[in-house]
Design a protein around this ligand. Structure first.
Ligand code: AMP
Ligand code: MG
Length: 410
């Protein structure tokens, strides 16, 4: 067994993954999908000069001297609701009632909000007045949104590899992109192994615990934008392990992920079965928790075996699997947001790169971290109480209070 640094192990794993194929998806189904094309705007946004206020489109020069005490009176020659296309051209001394989002008519260069006129009746259905008094001046361009001020036709707006956010979908709709080329969702077969594991609905029995890893890991997989296929729990026999692996092959998944059964225990068959049908590297990684990680392939499908302890499985996912899923998905977003935090109290470590459960809180503009509860790798409660994984670098045995460290927000 080799002892690898976290970076070495992560690099070895990442190098084995390539993006999956692409597919066209209707825009409405693209939230959180990874863009597989560059998007270039084919039209200006906004597509035409329009008003940002309900009011009156005027010529700025006509109202240059207008004040509350000495308003300027203009003849209203048109009424322009949103969605219409004005055909008039404003001459000197003329105004047009205009609604937010409606095109600015020719000749006008600014909009006076209704509040700054004597026409303050904004009820639906009220016709435009014949004449309007303007109570203030306005600079040319005020309260207008000019064609192309947001985006110009030909401008690159979204890049391949981007995980599409809700606002991106809105922008794609604005640009008239009804179908988007995205990466297909990677498919991950997930199973737990262990004779001690019970289903969640089963009453506790002597010597047994409930399978929690498959719930945590399935949720992490889905949150990463992949599809999870839950194969359930395998008993600690060669046949049971092999049956699940065969199922994963049949389902043509992109990755097989398991928890437990890859240590050196007498009943850890996962390793043996995979070695017999593919290849398996079994590493000790210089990290805590989650030292043992298995990586290999079963009948040409990549396999990652995480440790069985619930916190180790979680940390192993964050450190190794999230990045692998990112690669498969076509994005480089394989890591949690990282922040710098200040340790509230002294933290002792054992020299391994450590991912400790911590609660991070802001005080006077500084993020402070304190550890949550028991840090043993079986204690899921302290992970539930944490909002961050505090990273203690390899080689560090003591972090004094007040020192800054990196943390992943979880
Ligand atoms: P193993 O890697 O099989 O030696 O398991 C390490 C520890 O993790 C043991 O205490 C197991 O009972 C526990 N464990 C294994 N699988 C799961 C699971 N799916 N859910 C919760 N705990 C587990
Ligand atoms: Mg076991």
């Amino acid at each position: 067994m080799t002892l690898l640094s976290v970076d070495q192990a992560r690099e070895r794993i990442l190098s084995q993954f390539q993006p999956v194929s692409t597919e066209t998806s209707p825009l409405a189904a693209c939230s959180n999908r990874v863009l597989a094309q560059n998007i270039v705007a084919t039209n200006d946004l906004p597509p035409f000069d329009n008003s940002s206020m309900d009011g009156f489109a005027v010529r700025a020069e006509d109202v240059a001297d207008a004040t509350n005490d000495s308003p300027r009176s203009l003849r209203v020659v048109a009424d322009i609701p949103a969605g219409s296309q004005p055909t008039i051209s404003l001459a000197r001394g003329e105004a047009a009632r205009i609604m937010t989002g409606a095109p600015i008519p020719e000749g006008a260069d600014t909009v006076i909000p209704v509040e700054d006129t004597n026409f303050d009746n904004r009820d639906a259905g009220v016709p435009a007045p014949q004449e309007v008094q303007i109570f203030r001046s306005a600079k040319s361009g005020w309260n207008t949104r000019l064609r192309g001020m947001d985006i110009r036709a030909g401008e690159a707006v979204l890049s391949k590899g981007r995980v599409l956010k809700p606002q991106d979908l809105g922008l794609l709709a604005m640009l008239g992109v009804p179908n988007v080329l995205v990466y297909r969702k990677p498919r991950v077969a997930l199973f737990s192994s262990g004779d001690e594991l019970l289903e969640v609905h089963a009453p506790l029995e002597a010597g047994k615990i409930r399978d929690s890893n498959s719930y945590t890991l399935a949720a992490l997989i889905e949150e990463s934008g992949a599809e999870v296929i839950r194969l359930g729990v395998s008993k600690d026999t060669r046949e049971a392990v092999q049956a699940l692996l065969e199922k994963a092959v049949e389902l043509k998944v992109d990755l097989i992920l398991s928890s437990a059964g890859v240590s050196v225990g007498a009943f850890d068959y996962v390793k043996q079965v995979i070695e017999a049908n593919g290849k398996m590297d079994f590493w000790r990684v210089n990290m805590r928790p989650g030292k043992p990680v298995a990586f290999g392939e079963y009948k040409s499908i990549p396999f990652i075996g995480l440790p069985g302890n619930p916190v180790s499985a979680f940390v192993g996912f964050e450190v190794f699997v999230r990045g692998a899923l990112g690669r498969l998905s076509g994005t480089s977003n394989g890591i949690r947001p990282t922040v710098r935090v200040r340790c509230e109290e002294q933290i002792d470590s054992d020299g391994r790169e450590s991912y400790l459960r911590a609660h991070v809180q802001e005080k006077d503009g500084i993020l402070f971290a304190r550890l949550t509860g028991h840090q043993g790798s079986g204690n899921l409660h302290s992970l539930v109480q944490a909002n961050a994984l505090l990273i203690i670098p390899a080689g560090v045995k003591c972090v004094p209070a007040g020192q800054e460290l990196q943390a992943w927000l979880i």
